[in-house]
Design a binder for this molecule. Sequence first.
Ligand code: KG4
Ligand code: ZN
Length: 344
Amino acid sequence: MKNENSLILSFETSCDETSVAVIKNGKEILSNIVATQIKSHQRFGGVVPEVASRHHIEQITICLNDALQKAGVTYSDLTGVAITYGPGLVGSLLVGITAAKVVAWAHQLPLIPVNHIAGHIYATNFDHPIEFPALALVVSGGHTELVWMPKEGEFKIIGETRDDAAGETYDKIGRVLGINYPAGPQVDQMAHLGHDTFAFPRAMEKNDNFDFSFSGLKSAFINTVHHADQINATLDKNDLATSFQQAVIDVLVSKAMRALDKYPAKEFILAGGVAANRGLRERLDQELEKRDVEFVKAPLKLCGDNAAMIGAAAEMLQRHGAKADMSLNANPGLEFEWAENEEE
Ligand code: KG4
Ligand code: ZN
């Protein structure tokens, strides 16, 4: 007889992490294997899509076997197979989708399609089930989005970056400082050692919308460093990092607080790779203490891309009837379907 519990095998290959997990009832991580490709992309200063898909092909069956073994389960114990089908790099997504389809088809299991952003948000569901209505700030190497969730299963993007994502900006300015990809963690550390002495722009901070723009900040930063190089001036790298991080945090936090004024959330969620940023967590702690909103941060080990978060989102989506067949394809620009006809 089939397991009474939900036991989902989940795959995540949207960018440069190959990950496979086994998740029980959407809440318990039995295994979460993550094979990172960071070293292979470092010499290029960012993720090279062709290199990423080749690595996924090499790693996917190894991660799958490890995930099942570590969880102590076999295919016959599973109740579903979850897969990130977008947004992300098409060649990378396709590797995970193919693996998930093969397992689902061979073992007659339902295939559950998961939006990567929903996955990042559900990284918070392990310690504490999400309470609705909720507002999430998802900040990563590929995304900077404010997501409104009036009830379980409904996601609406109310604001997003118009150009670079926050993490991408960290990685690009980090390159100018001679920091290896991904630069976020080191810039974050340096930012705690310097002083805010450079007046970098805070684009769109005062605009009456919830969108972001980081390309002006990136250019201002790079121009400042290049100009100093040309005149043989030495700038304090920690001060540069502090001023940069301050500008990023000011914009993210002021937009998020403005969104909370309009969207009455019970819970505010911070997720995605940049959610590991110490400065951002501290600043949101201070701001949210003044409001009647619970602040839920993704656990540090689940901020970056991983399949556990995909399995947690899949359990919820499966309860809401999400199901795909063998025609499921990668959708690099996947957006949320929005069920309700909202006023705007
Ligand atoms: O979520 P993630 O693993 O991958 C994407 O979906 O993009 O996020 C990776 C991004 C990288 O840009 C990395 O530099 C950034 O998250 N990151 C950070 C920190 N830790 C990782 N950015 C700022 N501060 C951090 N502590
Ligand atoms: Zn991600």
